[in-house]
Design a protein around this ligand. Structure first.
Ligand SMILES: [Zn+2]
Length: 75
């Protein structure tokens, strides 16, 4: 096996690693897009400070400001 073959081998390995990184990045990005961004996000209640998931909280807007309230504190 000469130097030429060694360089060829490294060239192929570099491309294979590059391809794997591309595939992993693609799959990771796709996986993220599948999940709605809201999932796992929590908000602190502006009334009592308790944290709750998006679907358990009520968004109240006044004067352009946004505040999240839990079920007990929601007006
Ligand atoms: Zn509250």
């Amino acid at each position: 096996m000469g130097d030429e073959w060694l360089h060829y081998g490294f060239g192929v390995a570099a491309w294979v690693i590059f391809a794997i990184i591309l595939i992993v990045t693609y799959v990771a990005t796709r996986g993220e897009k599948k999940q709605p961004q809201r999932v796992g996000q929590t908000f602190a209640c502006a009334g009592c400070g308790r944290r709750g998931a998006n679907d358990q909280m009520t968004l109240v807007r006044h004067d352009g400001a946004e505040a999240w309230y839990c079920r007990e504190c929601a007006p």
